[in-house]
Design a binder for this molecule. Sequence first.
Ligand SMILES: Nc1nc2c(ncn2[C@@H]2O[C@H](COP(=O)(O)OP(=O)(O)OP(=O)(O)O)[C@@H](O)[C@H]2O)c(=O)[nH]1
Ligand SMILES: [Mg+2]
Length: 253
Amino acid sequence: MLVVFIIGTAGSGKSQLTAAYGQLLGMSKQNVGVVNLDPGASKLPYSPDVDVRDYVDVGTVMEDYGLGPNGALVMASDLIADQIEKISHEIEELNSDICLVDTSGQMELFAFRASGPYIANELTKEPKAMVYLFDSVFSVNPVNYVSNLFLSAAVYNRFSMPQVHLLSKCDLLPKEEVNRIADWSANTRMLEDSIDQKLEGTKRLLSRNMVHAIYKLGLRFMLIPVSAKTNEGMVNFNAFLERILAQGEKFTY
Ligand SMILES: Nc1nc2c(ncn2[C@@H]2O[C@H](COP(=O)(O)OP(=O)(O)OP(=O)(O)O)[C@@H](O)[C@H]2O)c(=O)[nH]1
Ligand SMILES: [Mg+2]
């Protein structure tokens, strides 16, 4: 079994991608398991085989501990970590070829608290990969794009797992914009040109230096445009994931 975590900033399309990719894999006769790891999810576009909401209820946590919604989500993440053995057992019982794990709406809950990497490690000893989403509309502005680069690098640093990068919701942008953003990931010079054209003053200087820092660290990747709505790019994404995993090498950066 291979376990694929879907991660990204709030609203970047994690749940829709989980649903669409799960469906696509199902059509190719693969045995797919889908796990919801987001305790705060209200409605999901798929029916999860394993659901952390069966273990932790955010509403109850708010009441029991006298917390607001965000504090309750933080607490919920820690409570999930306490239940990891049972959740892990449920996942094993699925006996799937591939298991898709939809993560918390608020990325920092999963990525930047101690419980996230703990959960990811303990959930399964099977091979794992991380799929990091760049929201298309958000990524049009080079400042946002560069900030997201840093976030994705921070996630890589936290989890040290093979990491694939997708440009999600690509149906929302004209083709030229999508290609331009994809080009930024392939060619730093192009990103620098856009920064010079679109940004001024401190933002330009800072963005340039941030790109250099990432470049110097050797943290590089290709963004694959995908849409969970039209399924554009999904086959490409699947092939990429398969190829890299088959080679058993790190496919990030
Ligand atoms: N046009 C378009 N809209 C999308 C796509 N994927 C997601 N959306 C929309 O973007 C919004 C957020 O999608 P979700 O899949 O819920 O995103 P998420 O990252 O799971 O969100 P949270 O878990 O709340 O952080 C919803 O309104 C979706 O309908 C896509 O590929 N194309
Ligand atoms: Mg979601």
